[in-house]
Design a protein around this ligand. Structure first.
Ligand SMILES: [Zn+2]
Length: 287
């Protein structure tokens, strides 16, 4: 088939069709890029929980050491206490008696203090064991979620790879119909524009790519489909709504839905513009 046989209108339609299909591929690729991030986030969360459990375990070990040390201190104090109590029976004067009493008092306090510290350490161990259990439960749930997410991801990747392959085949098919000069311009612009949109609609009197106003005369030219017209600000190819709708109808599926939704919104807008506001309001009240 010779590409020269096509009219400007047909060329514009083909270009827009190509744009829509390429945009679909772009969208899917963005989605595909985001999915592994979810799995990554979950992996990070799991790592965080594991680290937390390790920290609790370290604290428990520290407290166990503390208990050991305090036990030793207490035993030492008890032995001294016993010794001083025995010495008490053999005191020779008041001075010795007072000093022994002071030692006994001091060692009793040491025993009390050690026992208090042991009690506190035991409480902390219990608390940390509880925290470990709770965190372990969270961890198990997250691990389960990760396995599911990974399976889901693989499934989606498989499905979308198929979808992308189909869309790419379609894109190539259309590209073949477009004259090389125009196609290379399309590809060049596509690489240079931020949102990868080369063919855009005039919407609300503005370019659908850069949102700069399109002068009325230019819009008339765009609607006439006699020439390929580009936005004077961003260089994107501009088309009018009617042509876009023809392409949507041609492509069918979700594009038809997009078009219907748009048409409904337009109707709503029209309604709002009309001065018959009062009657609409009263109708709403009645219902
Ligand atoms: Zn523009």
């Amino acid at each position: 088939m010779k590409t020269q046989e096509y009219s400007v209108e047909e060329k514009l339609k083909m270009l827009y069709k190509l744009q829509l299909i390429d945009s679909e591929i772009d969208k899917i690729n963005i989605l595909l890029g985001e999915l592994p991030l979810e799995v990554e986030d979950l992996s990070d969360e799991i790592k965080g929980l594991e680290t937390r459990i390790e920290k609790y375990k370290d604290k428990i070990e520290e407290d166990k050491e503390e208990i050991k040390a305090q036990n030793a201190k207490r035993d030492e104090a008890k032995a001294l206490l016993e010794k001083y109590n025995k010495q008490l029976d053999e005191v020779r004067n008041n001075r010795e008696y007072d000093s022994l009493q002071k030692e006994i008092e001091y060692q009793s306090l040491e025993i009390e203090l050690a026992e208090k510290k042991i009690r506190e350490a035991k409480e902390r161990i219990e608390e940390n064991e509880k925290l470990i259990e709770e965190t372990q439960q969270k961890l198990e749930a997250k691990k389960k979620e990760l396995v599911e997410k990974q399976a889901e991801l693989e499934e989606i990747q498989k499905e979308t790879e198929k979808e992308i392959a189909e869309l790419k085949a379609k894109s190539e098919e259309i590209a073949k119909l477009i004259e090389p000069r125009l196609l290379s311009a399309y590809k060049r612009i596509r690489q240079n524009v931020r949102n990868k949109l080369v063919v855009v609609r005039v919407q609300r009197d503005a370019c659908g790519g850069c949102f700069n106003k399109v002068p009325p005369q230019r819009q008339v030219d765009i609607r006439s489909h006699k020439k390929i017209i580009v936005c004077e600000h961003c260089g994107r190819i501009l088309i009018d709504k009617a042509l876009a709708y023809e392409v949507y109808e041609d492509l069918g599926g979700k594009f038809l839905e997009v078009m219907k939704k748009e048409q409904e919104e337009e109707k709503e807008l029209e309604k709002k513009k009309k001065p018959a506001r009062r009657s609409t309001r009263s109708r709403v009240k009645k219902s």
